[in-house]
Ligand binder design. Structure first.
Ligand SMILES: *Cc1c(COP(=O)(O)O)cnc(C)c1O
Length: 462
C-alpha cells in the first residue's frame, strides 16, 4: 500500500464510519447471526499472494457489520455502555496513524505529558483532591489487579515479588459479593487465591456492612492470617450497588489495610456534583478506578486509576532493566512502571479531544439525562400490569421482572433480544432472574427510552 492508496482507503474508512453511525438506528442492535456463520465465510488458510484492497474492503462490508453487536446504537440498554463519542474516534484515527509505543517518556514525550495532564483534568472533573496522581490503563480489571498486587506486597513487606508466596501467611482481601468478577480474577492471578477473598456481608442497602468488615479482619488476624486490603464497590455491575465508602475506608485504615474503589461504571457520573454523595469517602481511598470508556465517551480502551500515593504501587510494579534506562530519568515519569504491561497506547489524546469537544457541561448533560430517563422508564415499567421493579434506579441502572416468575421473565428477554429494536441483558438478584435496564448510550434520546418501554410492553403481551 503506497501513500496514495493509504490516503484513499483511510478516507474511505472515515466515510464508512460516518455513514455507519448515521445509519445505526435502522439496524437491529444485535445481529441475527448463528454461531459459525462468520467463520464459514473466512478462508481456512491465509493467502500466499497479495490481494486487491478493493476486494478486502468489500469483504469487510459484506461480512462484518451485519455480524456485529452495535455498541454505539442509541437503543443499546444492555451491560454498561462502551461509548465512543465521535470526537474521541477522531483522536484514535490520529493515534493509529502515529502508531507510537508510549512505554517511556522518551518513546513518546507528548503521550506521557498529556496523560499526566488529562488524568489531572479528570481528577478535577470528579471532585477528587489535589495531589491524587494517576495513570491510564487498558481496563478496570488491570487497574484492580495492580491494586491487589500492591495490597499483597504491602502486606508481605514486599516479600512476595522477591521470594514468592510459599511460606507466607495467607494474604486476605475483603470485598462484598456486589463487586465485579475482576476482583475474583485479580486474587487468582495475584496468587492470593479465591479462598482468601473474603466476601463480606452486605446490608439491606446492598452495601458492605462496615462492622462485618471490622469483625472479619479481626478474626483473620487472630487466626494468624495477613489482612492485605479492601476492594470497595461504587456502582456494582449487577444492580449498581454502592458500598458505604467513607465508613469502610475508615475501618480499613484503622487496621492499616490498603483500599481500592471500583467505580468503573459509576465514576463517570461523578462529573455531576449532585451524585458525589453516593461515593462519599472515595477521595480518601488509596486507589480508585473508573472507565472513561464506559459512560463518559472515550473510545475503548481507557481506564483511569487514581492513586493517593503512587509509591506503593511503583514499588510493586516498577522494574527497570538496563535496556530501558534513559536520559532525563530524574525529570520524567515512565508510566510503564505503574502497570503490568510494558507497552502503552497513547490513550490520553481521546480524552483531550472528548473533553474539549463537548466541555464538561456537555458531558454532564448527557449523564443527567440518562439518569432522569432511567427513572422515567422504571416508573413506567413498574406501573405496567404484571411487572415488578426489583431494584430501583441506581443512577441510570435498574432491574425488573415479570411477577409470573423466572421462566416468564426469561422468555420475555429472549423475545426482546430476538426482536432487535432494543438490547437488554439479565442478571440474578437474590436468587431471582431479573432483567437489567441501563440508560447510557451517548446518542440515546428520551424517545429511544420511550421506544424501549413500548417494546417491552408489546412483547410481554405476545
Ligand atoms: C465493567 C466493570 C468492570 C470491568 O471493566 P473492564 O474495563 O472491562 O475490565 C469492573 N468493575 C465494574 C464495576 C464494572 O462495571
Amino acid at each position: 500500500m503506497n501513500g496514495d492508496d493509504f490516503r484513499r482507503w483511510a478516507r474511505r474508512a472515515a466515510d464508512w464510519g460516518a455513514d455507519y453511525l448515521e445509519g445505526l438506528r435502522e439496524r437491529p442492535v444485535r445481529p441475527a447471526v448463528k454461531p459459525g456463520e462468520v467463520a464459514a465465510q473466512l478462508p481456512a488458510a491465509p493467502p500466499e499472494g497479495a490481494e486487491d484492497f478493493a476486494e478486502i474492503f468489500a469483504d469487510f462490508e459484506r461480512i462484518v457489520p451485519r455480524a456485529m453487536t452495535h455498541w454505539q446504537h442509541p437503543r443499546f440498554f444492555a451491560y454498561f455502555p462502551a461509548n465512543a463519542a465521535p470526537a474521541s474516534m477522531v483522536a484514535e484515527h490520529l493515534v493509529n496513524a502515529m502508531a507510537a509505543q508510549c512505554m517511556l517518556w522518551e518513546t513518546s514525550p507528548a503521550a506521557t505529558e498529556m496523560e499526566l495532564r488529562m488524568v489531572d483534568w479528570l481528577r478535577q472533573a470528579l471532585g477528587l483532591p489535589e495531589g491524587m496522581a494517576g495513570v491510564i490503563q487498558d481496563s478496570a480489571s488491570s487497574a484492580t489487579l495492580t491494586a491487589v498486587l500492591t495490597m499483597r506486597e504491602r502486606a508481605t513487606g514486599w516479600a512476595g515479588n522477591e521470594a514468592g508466596l510459599a511460606g507466607q501467611k495467607p494474604v486476605r482481601i475483603y470485598a462484598s459479593a456486589e463487586n465485579h468478577s475482576s476482583v475474583d480474577k485479580a486474587v487468582r492471578v495475584a496468587g492470593i487465591g479465591q479462598a482468601n477473598l473474603v466476601k463480606v456481608a452486605t446490608g439491606p442497602d446492598h452495601a458492605m456492612d462496615p462492622d462485618a468488615l471490622r469483625d472479619a479482619i479481626a478474626a483473620d488476624r487472630a487466626a494468624g492470617m495477613l489482612p492485605g486490603g479492601v476492594v470497595l464497590c461504587a456502582g456494582g455491575t449487577a444492580i449498581g450497588a454502592f458500598d458505604r465508602i467513607a465508613e469502610s475506608v475508615a475501618v480499613a485504615r484503622e487496621a492499616d489495610l490498603y483500599t481500592h474503589v471500583d467505580a468503573a461504571w459509576a465514576g463517570s457520573a461523578m462529573i455531576c456534583p449532585e451524585f458525589r454523595h453516593l461515593w462519599a469517602g472515595a477521595e480518601q481511598a488509596d486507589s480508585l478506578v473508573f472507565n472513561p470508556h464506559k459512560w463518559l465517551g472515550a473510545q475503548f480502551d481507557c481506564s483511569v486509576q487514581f492513586l493517593a500515593d503512587p509509591k506503593p504501587q511503583l514499588r510493586t510494579m516498577g522494574l527497570r532493566p538496563d535496556f530501558l534506562e534513559t536520559l532525563h530519568e530524574r525529570e520524567v515519569v515512565n508510566l510503564n512502571e505503574w502497570t503490568v504491561p510494558l507497552g502503552r497506547r497513547f490513550r490520553a489524546l481521546k480524552i483531550w479531544f472528548l473533553v474539549r469537544a463537548y466541555g464538561l457541561e456537555g458531558l454532564r448533560e448527557r449523564i443527567r439525562n440518562h439518569v432522569a430517563w432511567a427513572e422515567m422508564a422504571a416508573e413506567r415499567i413498574g406501573a405496567m400490569e404484571g411487572f415488578e421493579i426489583v431494584t430501583s434506579p441506581s443512577l441510570s441502572l435498574f432491574t425488573f421482572r415479570l411477577a409470573a416468575g423466572d421462566e416468564a421473565t426469561r422468555r420475555l428477554i429472549e423475545a426482546i433480544n430476538a426482536d432487535g429494536r432494543i438490547y437488554l441483558t439479565q442478571t440474578s438478584h437474590k436468587g431471582q432472574f431479573v432483567i437489567r435496564f441501563q440508560v447510557g448510550q451517548f446518542d440515546c434520546t428520551r424517545e429511544d427510552v420511550e421506544t424501549a418501554v413500548a417494546v417491552i410492553a408489546e412483547l410481554a403481551q405476545g
